[in-house]
Design a protein around this ligand. Structure first.
Ligand code: FAD
Length: 480
């Protein structure tokens, strides 16, 4: 953006939200140059932190007037570059709009602002015996607006379903400044009249408008839990256990895998008694009425033993259960001890193919001589290989990109997908042609223009042909 225009826009933004809620200094904008996908970086022209729906509307109208890109942002924990300001523009961060406006236990729902942190919803609902089911591992930071835009999953969405199953309705400011409510209204019943655009815009990666408020579903806490840590000598044995549990018709509340590198990093960080010599561990959580849970627990233990689990530990109480989950949810963070950088892949394979994709990841790791530990939602077949590299080493950057490419290509070949929950963002654009037919892509683009005819909202994401950040282009050319 030209300096004169930028200064004018910044001044107008300050008029709308006040000087404390506008960031325009380059040294501060650096914080917003990328999300948790750090392969591509670019500064937005300005970041604005509105405090009300009216302020969001005024900012959006200003962007319309100056024909500027709008980049909605929550906590910036996206792992696919979904919040990247590819072409500059005004980043609208919702983090000041973080209130829980109402918890309605009778109707089992809550009305929240889009910048509300995911975990806060369950914290407020908990005294009523309720919780918000989508629980991304980033839930202590990520926002409900970000969850809606990426249709987030989490360890416990295996049984409960992902964000789209738990968001009844939401308010979105369209790029022309209009305020629309999609789905169930806060003061209405559960029926939606007319087309259900609610579902269409969930997972639209910030490309349809800015979500400002959401009406979310609250679910009754299960009556009982049994949470196991099953310890295996090999990833292969753990992978076979996953497909056997599902094949038996058991749907655990959560079924997560961590390999040796991850358990070692976690043990070093938190000292919770993970076996550091194990090839892989599974966290298997059963929930529901105690009779059914008890019966399933017996079946699960047998399946683990059949696959040569050397130990199946049951969490004795809430303290031990919480410790297991705390570690699982901090696994990505613990990897920071192992490598200056990592890129997290988010492929999906049919559950029966988990053993095969895990073997393949081992082959890719050797091929590129990169360490690729795994911590993932095994029950969903949603793999998260963490490709470790050092961004100061161009050869490693190139290899990390190639390794990710190989793994995701294999996921598609196995009948899966290139994303389970992190979205396409700026990262996986090149895969869209492999995953979708031309007509499908055209239909998706057309749907987008219903909401954003000028395609100014979070531009250059998801669709092939999108512009890339200059820095990334340089890196790509260097690797060619
Ligand atoms: C350690 C770690 C663990 C993770 N674990 C999981 C996991 O288990 N499951 C999972 O699904 N994801 C996971 N993620 C990815 C990420 O946390 C989720 O995608 C999350 O939903 C992003 O929320 P956010 O508030 O950080 O959004 P951001 O990263 O800020 O934005 C993500 C996308 O949402 C859009 N957006 C944000 N807010 C709005 C809004 N108000 N209106 C319109 N669009 C908006 C942005 O434009 C962007 O396209 C993890 C990330 C990390 C770093």
């Amino acid at each position: 953006m030209k300096l004169k225009l930028r200064n004018e826009v910044v001044n107008r933004l300050i008029d709308i939200v006040g000087v404390d809620a506008v960031i325009s200094d380059k040294s501060e904008l650096v914080v917003y140059e990328c999300d948790a996908y750090t392969m591509q970086k670019n500064l937005p022209s300005a970041v604005v932190l509105p405090g009300s729906v009216d302020e969001v509307v005024q900012v959006v109208l200003l962007c319309k007037k100056f024909n500027l890109p709008i980049i909605p942002r929550g906590a910036g924990t996206s792992l696919s570059g979904a919040v990247l300001a590819v072409d500059g523009g005004v980043m609208i961060a919702l983090t000041r709009m973080n209130k829980i406006l109402e918890v309605d236990p009778r109707n089992r729902r809550a009305l929240v602002e889009a910048g509300c942190v995911n975990a806060w919803v369950t914290r407020e609902a908990s005294p009523h015996g309720l919780f918000f089911a989508p629980d991304p591992s980033s839930q202590s930071a990520c926002t409900i607006g970000g969850n809606i835009a990426t249709n987030s999953g989490g360890p416990h969405t295996l049984k409960n379903g992902v964000t789209t199953n738990h968001v009844l309705g939401y308010e979105m400011i369209l790029p022309d400044g209009s305020i629309e409510w999609f789905g169930v209204k806060p003061d209405g019943g559960e029926d939606v009249e007319g087309y259900d655009f609610r579902g269409a815009a969930i997972g639209s990666e910030g490309m349809f408008g800015v979500v400002t408020r959401a009406l979310v579903r609250l679910v009754k806490k299960p009556a009982s839990f049994k949470t196991f840590l099953a310890v295996f000598d090999s990833v292969e044995q753990a992978s076979c256990t996953v497909s056997d549990i599902i094949a038996e018709g058991i749907v655990p509340g959560a079924l997560e895998m961590m390999d040796q590198v991850i358990t070692q990093a976690l043990e070093e960080a938190y000292k919770v008694g993970f076996p550091t010599d194990a090839g892989a561990v599974l966290i298997i959580e059963l929930d529901g009425l105690s009779g059914g849970v008890k019966q399933q627990a017996g079946q699960v233990e047998l399946i683990c033993k059949r696959n040569k689990a050397r130990e199946v530990r049951l969490a004795k109480d809430d303290y031990e259960r919480n410790a297991l989950w705390k570690c699982r949810k901090r696994a990505f963070g613990a990897v920071g001890r192992l490598s200056p950088n990592y890129v997290t892949q988010d492929g999906v394979v049919p559950r029966s193919k988990v053993p095969e994709i895990m073997r393949f990841i081992g082959v890719v790791s050797e091929k590129y001589n990169l360490c690729i530990p795994n911590v993932f939602h095994a029950g969903d077949g949603n793999i998260h290989p963490l490709i470790l590299f050092d961004e100061r080493n161009p050869d490693q950057v190139k290899k990390a990109l190639l390794a990710g490419n190989d793994i995701l290509t294999k996921c598609v070949a196995l009948g899966g997908s290139v994303t389970g929950e992190h979205g396409i963002g700026a990262e996986k654009i090149d895969f869209m042609n492999k995953q979708f037919a031309k007509d499908d892509l055209e239909a998706m683009k057309k749907l987008r223009t219903v909401f954003d005819p000028e395609q100014r909202c979070n531009p250059h994401k998801m669709f092939p042909g999108a512009k890339r950040c200059a820095e990334f282009m340089v890196k790509k050319q260097a690797s060619a």
